[in-house]
Design a protein around this ligand. Structure first.
Ligand code: GDP
Ligand code: GDP
Length: 434
């Protein structure tokens, strides 16, 4: 599991600037996910092949500023969720009473802490950091967040004991890994119980953990699955009562670790921004996706029709995902999720030989030629696979940097149609070889 790093400090020291610097290399920026106070932002970041999750606590609220400010509860929450705390201070302002107070509170928490002296630009490092040694808060890093200075070096030092990301090895024992995600009360627990409670489902022994989701291996009609239960339904014993029932981190980790993500939404509350944010995150993560609109029971025909119309617009940014209207409570259409999950999995993991892909490319090009660029036609010659989950198609040719967006979309649609890919995003990468 990826380390979780919380940014803590009084207002204006540069937390959100650092947050943006850390996450900007990645598109998978998560903001305002369900269950989350407005002031707590979660992002996905990767430095030198080490991924981590970063939480910007927003710090102590403006109104609570000053010497008496208690650390806001959401900062406390973020610290609890974190493996490492970055305690930010401002080199220009020097040591302030608020810094001292935050340091005291952090010490009581017993988490690994790194002291980050920000805004070191235009100041000598020894001078800028001098004040802060007296806090005795461990290793001191001097950075200039807004200039992007010192950040990579700092993160390398902070993450030195954490392993590099490894390619996900496939464990046939685990079969298809399915994450059930959604905001609170949409019916995740009910769905998990329903999926596992079905006839002919054999649930294997499951290990218990604290912060992380529970992984439940089982078998259905001869196919192995592992359900990643973010709702914590099947948590064995109440290991840690303080863990929130809904956790953004759990959701992020589960999405990353799954083959197929089932996003559950509540038909009765219509689709809200939090649902769309979550969908956006799944989209960015590249995972295969199935949408389950739950609580479909007991709605009037009019309500159903309205919802269907709304959904057509709201989900048009993910045209490849299959939408299921289900009732987890009564079991209606829950079994239908499986064919879509399997199809999404097989699409995500597809392997196609180079000669077939190259032929497919040639046919597509023959149907529609790529445009001319300064009098020369773009040539696309060869296609091979570069990876799975999501499938990556690498296309070689010349002037490929000039392939227009519409043409890329045409190729994507053609690949999707011919290879019958459903439920997974696909990626195209172009390489110029002349
Ligand atoms: P937060 O309240 O802790 O999230 O702080 P912000 O990230 O909003 O930054 C507060 C102010 O400090 C902004 O005006 C930033 O542009 C500025 N700032 C952040 N990092 C640096 C830095 O490295 N050097 C300088 N000179 N200013 C910075
Ligand atoms: P979670 O927080 O996402 O795990 O949601 P739960 O599974 O705990 O469900 C929240 C509430 O919605 C409970 O009261 C469930 O009984 C109810 N619920 C779940 N699924 C359905 C459904 O398909 N139809 C109806 N009418 N209620 C449901």
């Amino acid at each position: 599991m990826k380390p979780v790093i919380a940014l803590v400090g009084r207002p204006n020291v540069g937390k959100s600037t650092l947050f943006n610097q850390l996450t900007k290399s990645r598109d998978a920026l998560v903001a305002d996910l369900p269950g989350l106070t407005r002031d707590r932002k979660y992002g996905d970041a990767c430095i030198e092949n080490k991924s981590f999750i970063v939480i910007d606590t927003g710090g102590i609220g403006e109104s609570e500023q000053g010497i008496d400010a208690p650390m806001a509860s959401q900062s406390q929450q973020a610290i609890m969720e974190a493996d490492i705390v970055l305690f930010l201070v401002d080199a220009r302002a020097g040591l302030t009473p608020s810094d001292v107070q935050i340091a005291d509170q952090l010490r009581a928490r017993g988490k690994p802490i790194h002291m980050v002296v920000n805004k070191i630009d235009g100041i000598q490092e020894e001078v800028g950091t001098a004040d802060f040694h007296q806090l005795g808060m461990g290793e001191i890093h001097a950075i200039a967040a807004s200039h992007g200075r010192g950040i990579t070096l700092m993160m390398e030092r902070i993450l030195r004991d954490f392993p590099e990301d490894e390619p996900v090895e496939e464990d046939p024992e685990k079969g298809i890994k399915i994450a059930i995600v959604g905001r609170p009360n949409v019916g995740k627990s009910t769905l998990v119980n329903r999926l596992l409670g079905e006839e002919r489902v054999v649930v294997y022994d499951m290990p218990g953990t604290t912060r992380d989701s529970i992984y439940i291996p089982y078998e259905r009609h001869g196919q192995r699955y592992t359900l990643i239960d973010t709702a914590g339904v099947r948590r064995r014993g109440r290991v840690n009562e303080t863990v929130e029932k809904f956790s953004v981190i759990k959701t992020l980790q589960a999405v990353k670790d799954a083959h197929v993500v089932v996003v559950v939404m509540d038909a009765r509350e219509s689709i809200v921004d939090q649902d769309l944010n979550l969908l956006g995150f799944v989209l960015e993560s590249g995972r295969a996706l199935v949408i389950a609109i739950n609580k479909w029971d007991g709605m009037t025909d009019y309500e159903r029709l309205t919802l269907k119309n709304d959904m057509q617009h709201q989900f048009d940014f993910i045209p490849y995902a299959k939408i299921h209207l289900i009732s987890a409570k009564y079991g209606t259409a829950v079994g239908d999720l499986y064919p879509s999950i399997k199809r999404a999995y097989e699409s995500a993991m597809i392997r196609v030989p180079t000669n077939r892909l190259t032929q497919l490319l040639a046919d597509a090009v023959q149907q529609h030629q790529p445009p001319l660029v300064s009098g020369r036609r773009i040539k696309l010659r060869l296609c091979h696979m570069g990876g799975q989950n999501p499938p990556l198609f690498v296309i070689h040719g010349n002037q490929t940097e000039s392939v227009p967006k519409v043409y890329k979309r045409y190729l994507e649609n053609t690949f999707r149609k011919v290879l019958k890919l459903q439920g997974t995003p696909i990626q195209l990468e172009f390489k110029t070889s002349d």
